[in-house]
Design a binder for this molecule. Structure first.
Ligand code: ATP
Ligand code: MG
Length: 405
């Protein structure tokens, strides 16, 4: 079937009363961005629906992109016809014939926005049901859970017929929830946490700590590539890499072994908050999950959180690892995350980090290092890269990655 448009139904935002306008505007903007590669296509965000007029663009490719846009409940590829009964009948019949499989059940679902159309909903359901029943041998009517639901919308600007409803990504349009900074490692958890943050409408900048020569160029490229995967859900993402070598070396030299990890984490969080403040972001996201490792106990979180009053958001807090992995697979970050490049944290992790660090001791041992000086130096060494959806960040290391993937 040659579809003329994709009809997009809004998710949760339709219940948001006074913010509704902003939400629709943002979603329209995000959909336009996600579909910018398709020439000639038009996006119209209206108060109850969003319409993507294809003008010849490939509907399958367009729908593939729409699946990654938050704020969409579901969508239907549709055929626009004249507001004329014979034209509607012909389109409905053609769609039913194309979809037909032996034993299939169907129903017609008419909605009439244009109250001046000469037939009402009841009459149209009846007429069109008859057309399909007689025109497609073997098909049967079923009102509850039919295999095929043919939706016919009589609107002011035409009639739209669709036979498929495809689940959208849900959530809220990215940008409606403000801006935050995400602590992105190369691991499994933080990309999943990013996904959940974006899903609630938050625009994220990525902060990544790297420690050359202890961590490789590949580890850095991997974090960027993960960002490119996530950009599919939010549009371009700023990737902020923060040099962490000197801080780790200094901590290793000056701080008692049991507190290496806690002090490193406190420094990471301080730097992330500094970056967030510079960018007027209102919170910090990370991929922590309660009890997963030594740094993710309540005591540890308390000792690390101590350095800031900015909200720290942990979307994975109560998820099990198996659940997190399942989502990582769904959003296509898992295969990248398990590539074996050392993360800056693992290298300086002592064999037995304290699982219940003491807050006062953490504060005391941190005084052994020049917090302000080290922070300034790291912030001066920041590099920012704009990463677009689908960018190939592994290019420089293509051979190494080709072997592993
Ligand atoms: P992940 O799978 O996200 O790496 P993890 O289970 O390995 O998490 P940790 O290594 O303890 O757990 O890291 C906890 C969180 O700290 C991460 O989810 C991430 O948000 C942040 N983090 C860790 N390493 C880095 C890094 N190199 N750069 C930025 N953030 C980091
Ligand atoms: Mg990790």
């Amino acid at each position: 079937m040659e579809y003329s448009e994709i009809m997009v139904r809004y998710g949760e935002l339709s219940t948001k009363g006074k913010n509704k306008k902003d939400f629709i505007r943002q979603l329209g903007h995000n959909v336009k961005n996600a579909l910018s590669q398709f020439e000639g296509l038009e996006v119209h965000a209206q108060h109850d629906r969003l319409h993507v007029t294809l003008n010849g663009a490939d509907s399958t490719a367009v729908m593939d992109r729409l699946k990654g846009v938050f704020g969409i409940e579901n969508f239907s590829p549709s055929v626009k016809t004249e507001k004329d009964l014979e034209a509607i009948k012909a389109t409905v019949l053609a769609m039913a014939k194309e979809a037909y499989q032996p034993g299939m059940t169907f129903k017609i679902n008419v909605r009439r926005q244009d109250k001046n159309f000469e037939y009402d909903t009841y009459q149209l359901n009846d007429i069109l049901g008859g057309v399909v029943l007689h025109g497609v041998p073997g098909i049967q009517v079923k009102m509850k859970h039919p295999d095929l639901e043919l939706r016919v919308e009589i609107r002011l600007n035409g009639v739209f017929v669709s036979g498929q409803t495809i689940q959208g990504a849900g959530g809220l349009p990215v940008g409606t929830g403000g801006k935050a900074v995400m602590m992105l490692s190369g691991g499994i958890d933080s990309p999943v946490a990013s996904y959940y943050g974006m899903r609630r409408g938050v625009k994220l900048d990525m902060v990544h700590f790297f420690s050359p020569p202890y961590t490789s160029e590949q580890a850095l490229a991997k974090a960027k590539e993960l960002t490119a995967k996530l950009a599919k859900y939010s549009g371009s993402i700023q990737f902020i890499q923060v040099p962490f070598t000197k801080i780790q070396e200094t901590i290793k030299e000056k701080v008692p072994e049991g507190y290496l990890m806690t002090i490193q984490r406190r420094m990471m969080l301080r730097l992330t908050v500094a970056v967030a403040e510079m960018r007027h972001a209102k919170g910090v996201f990370n991929g922590e999950s309660l009890g997963q490792v030594a740094s993710q106990t309540l005591e540890s979180m308390a000792a690390i959180n101590d350095v800031t009053s900015m909200p720290i958001l942990r979307p994975l807090l109560s998820m099990d690892k198996t659940e997190i992995i399942k989502v990582a697979e769904d959003i296509d970050t898992y295969d990248l995350s398990i590539l074996p490049y050392e993360d800056c944290c693992t290298i300086f992790t002592p064999p037995a980090p304290k699982t219940k660090p003491d807050l006062e001791k953490s504060r005391k041992y941190e005084k052994f290092i020049d917090v302000e000086g080290l922070m300034k130096e790291a912030l001066d060494g920041i590099t920012i890269t704009e990463i677009r959806p689908g960018d190939n960040c592994l290019n420089q290391n293509e051979d190494v990655f080709a072997e592993l993937l």
